[in-house]
Structures are given as C-alpha cells and as structure tokens.
Design a protein around this ligand. Structure first.
Ligand SMILES: C[S@@+](CC[C@H](N)C(=O)[O-])C[C@H]1O[C@@H](n2cnc3c(N)ncnc32)[C@H](O)[C@@H]1O
Length: 158
C-alpha cells in the first residue's frame, strides 16, 4: 500500500468515507482498477483490510488496487493541490451527476452505507453535491453508485 500523498495520476480518485461493508469496498476496488483510478479509504473502516470478503469481492486483483488510507477526510483534502476538484455523491441534492463535467483526477466522494455523507460536509460543499436520480427507494448500493458515476466520468473523457 502506498502512503498518503497528493495525487497527480490519470483516472479518477474514488473516496469512500468510513465504509462499513467489505464486499462493497472490494467491488469498488475492482472498479478503480478497471478505470485506472485510485481508491481512497477514510478511516475508521468497519472491517479489517485483511477481511476475506473484501478480498473475495476484489478477486485476485485486490493487491493491484492503488489504495490510499487516510485518518480523516480533512487530512486527505489538505494533502491535495489547491486545484483539486471534489464532487460529493448524495441523495440530498437535485443536481444530476450527468450535468457535472468531470475531469481526470477529480475526487468522487461517497458516504457510509448506513448514514451517507455527514450533514456538515454536505452543507459546506452544497455547490459540489450531485445525485443519481432515482424513481423510488431511498438510495443505491454504494458500489453501484460508484460504478454509475465513475463510468460517466470515463464516458465523458472518450
Ligand atoms: C447506501 S448509500 C447511503 C444511504 C444513507 N442512508 C443516505 O441516506 O445517504 C451509500 C452512499 O452511496 C452513494 N449513493 C447511493 N445512492 C445514491 C444516489 N441515488 N445518488 C447519489 N449518491 C448515492 C452516496 O454517496 C451514499 O452516501
């Protein structure tokens, strides 16, 4: 695993804040690998990084995921360049994700499975919040939400 540092690479930066369910994070790891993206995990995690379910969901690829661990979201933000762009995925806004113009290197930030992103963060970042419109239900599975937005970001670069 690489130590925490700023990110210059191609692809996107997927941020999971305090993820709780190992198979979700494993699946997101696969998505990151498939898109040349970096996976950032903000602690505390609801599981150990040695969890079998995490590795099973990530299949044999888990070891190849470009993974960075942070002790807080503030620490992650402070380590980035001022020009870094952040998008916050939430059901609590009306701006659809496909109206955003994503650029390689953007940070796509997702919340906890049970609680979503903290209200304080959503209030602070209201201008940068986007949603995946739904016809019903309260929210999508975390890994599904990541897949939709990450591949929209890829599509926009094609
Ligand atoms: C299972 S959801 C969290 C549900 C939580 N009860 C809530 O109300 O936010 C986990 C994360 O997936 C993302 N997510 C799920 N559905 C979404 C949607 N329709 N639009 C945007 N983000 C979504 C968000 O980042 C959310 O924090």
């Amino acid at each position: 695993m690489k130590s925490a540092q700023s990110v210059d690479g191609i692809g996107f930066n997927v941020v999971l804040i305090e993820p709780e369910i190992p198979p979700n994070t494993g699946n997101v790891g696969r998505l990151c690998l498939a898109t040349g993206s970096t996976l950032h995990l903000v602690q505390p995690l609801g599981f150990s990084l040695d969890d079998r379910q995490l590795k099973r969901a990530g299949l044999d690829y888990w070891g190849e995921v470009d993974l960075k661990l942070w002790s807080s979201f503030a620490e992650l933000q402070q380590a980035q360049k001022e020009s870094a762009r952040f998008f916050f995925l939430t059901t609590k806004t009306s701006r659809p994700y496909y109206e955003a113009k994503f650029q390689p290197g953007d940070f796509l930030v997702f919340g906890r499975e049970t609680k979503g992103l903290p209200e304080s963060l959503l209030a602070e970042q209201a201008e940068s919040c986007v949603t995946i419109p739904m016809q019903g239900g309260r929210s999508l599975n975390l890994a599904t939400a990541v897949a939709i937005v990450l591949f929209e970001g890829m599509r926009q670069q094609a």
